[in-house]
Design a protein around this ligand. Structure first.
Ligand code: ADP
Ligand code: MG
Length: 422
């Protein structure tokens, strides 16, 4: 305590010493004058001392009572503040933690909820168990920097691991502090997994839209020279009668390029949803035509079987094509060592038709089935994980159903069920 803080106390003691000294000296002098003999002097001396003791005791009592009152008041306002802070923290929508000596000394309910554990479980755990292995060095270093006093406050991102094994994206904001006299960190934690997913989705769909626009432009640029090429080949064909076979091949290849580019253009064009009555067999033949070369590269043969009375469906042609391409492409990609991919169309009762895509490829393990159709769920290096999601959406908007059955290592059957136009 500094002298300035001690001064009020010293003042009281000085006043006490002074008044006590004056009291003793003055009253003794008075006694000397008025006391008639030594006995009277003695009795009055005792009375004066008793009076002094009584008065000081009374003063002491007032002082102590005041002090106690003050302490009580301060204590009261402290608990009130503590109750306020505690409920603020306990009810908070962000995780709140107090970290010390490699463990949490306190976490709020939301913190436990973010990781899917109970509060007790986390308080008894090693902090690093909640951190994704690759991010452990980052978190360790950031804790060290604050505990050592190198920095006071840090805000950073890392990946956490939930009790159910799911990986979550986290944002932490923590400040170095003292707790029970030792260095500690107090901070907040936010689960930003959804935010990151949405940002990624926006980025990707932006990219897809740009790619679509570019593709439409490029397709136009290709189609015009193709028309003149085709014209010249036909001209040559009429003049030169020896190389007929080559001209035939050139013409059919040019037609194929033209077909692919036109299809591409149609798919890439900004889509105005326009439901029309369409013949399924033509849609499927077009789709097969588009993916034929990819199938050949994979040594996959595509077969198509449909009944003679194949019904007409009401659909947005490009969207249904898109679905068939997505599913057929998956089937081809799942058959890297070659094989057959079957497409079968069947009537399903009076008012439905089912298109089955059957492959004998890698199949899908049971535990991965429920992930299908989730955006960005892919097991391929160059996959986007958007194909099935888009397909589900399109079929849903056609009031149809998309069903996937699969046996691991046996193959997969995808059923696209669509209502029939009656
Ligand atoms: P992508 O093809 O870009 O990976 P999709 O949404 O089309 O995205 O497919 C998601 C995932 O579903 C694929 O990565 C694959 O693991 C699985 N899958 C889809 N179709 C099949 C199939 N016919 N055979 C095996 N796995 C499949
Ligand atoms: Mg795909």
């Amino acid at each position: 305590m500094k002298l300035k803080e001690k001064w009020p106390v010293i003042k009281i003691i000085l006043i006490y010493l002074l008044t006590a000294g004056i009291w003793v000296l003055v009253t003794d002098q008075v006694l000397l004058i008025f006391a008639k003999d030594i006995k009277e002097f003695y009795i009055m001396g005792v009375l004066k001392a008793l009076l002094f003791i009584f008065v000081t005791a009374w003063l002491l009592y007032i002082l102590i009572a005041r002090l106690v009152n003050k302490v009580k008041q301060v204590e009261g306002s402290l608990t009130e503040a503590e109750i306020k802070y505690r409920s603020l923290v306990e009810e908070a929508l962000v995780g709140v933690y107090l970290y010390q000596d490699g463990q949490f000394s306190y976490i709020n309910p939301r913190y436990a909820e973010i990781f899917g554990y109970t509060q007790e479980e986390i308080l008894n755990m090693d902090v690093m168990e909640l951190v994704f292995p690759e991010d452990k060095p980052l978190v360790t270093e950031n804790i060290r920097r604050r505990i050592s006093g190198e920095v006071k406050t840090l805000r950073y991102f890392y990946r956490g691991v939930r009790k159910d094994g799911r990986i979550i994206n986290l944002e932490v904001h923590g400040t170095a502090t003292l707790y029970n006299g030792k260095p500690a960190i107090i901070g907040t934690l936010l689960d930003i997994t959804d935010r990151i997913k949405t940002e990624e989705l926006l980025r990707k769909s932006d990219k897809l839209a740009v790619v679509g626009e570019l593709a439409a432009g490029v397709a136009h640029e290709i189609r015009n020279p193709l028309t003149s090429l085709r014209g010249f080949v036909q001209l040559l064909q009429k003049q030169d009668h020896e190389q007929q076979r080559y001209f035939e091949i050139m013409l059919s290849e040019l037609d194929r390029i033209n077909f692919i580019v036109s299809e591409f253009l149609l798919l890439a064009k900004p889509q105005v949803v326009n439901f029309e009555q369409k013949d399924l067999s033509i849609i499927l033949q077009n789709v097969i035509g588009l993916l034929e070369s990819e199938a050949i590269l994979n040594h996959v043969q595509i077969t198509l079987a449909y009944p003679s009375d194949i019904p007409v469906i009401e659909c947005e042609e490009n969207q249904i094509k898109q679905v068939c391409i997505n599913i057929l492409k998956n089937a081809i990609e799942a058959t890297p060592y070659g094989g057959i991919v079957e497409i079968r169309v069947q009537r399903l009762g009076l008012d439905k038709v089912v298109i089955q895509f059957i492959d004998q490829g890698s199949g899908i393990p049971a535990e991965r089935m429920e992930k299908l159709g989730e955006p960005f769920y892919t097991t391929k290096d160059k996959g986007t994980g958007l194909g099935l999601m888009v397909s589900y959406k399109i079929i849903e908007s056609h009031h149809g159903e998309l069903k996937i059955k699969s046996e691991n290592n046996e193959g997969t059957i995808v059923d696209v069920i669509l209502p029939v136009k009656r």
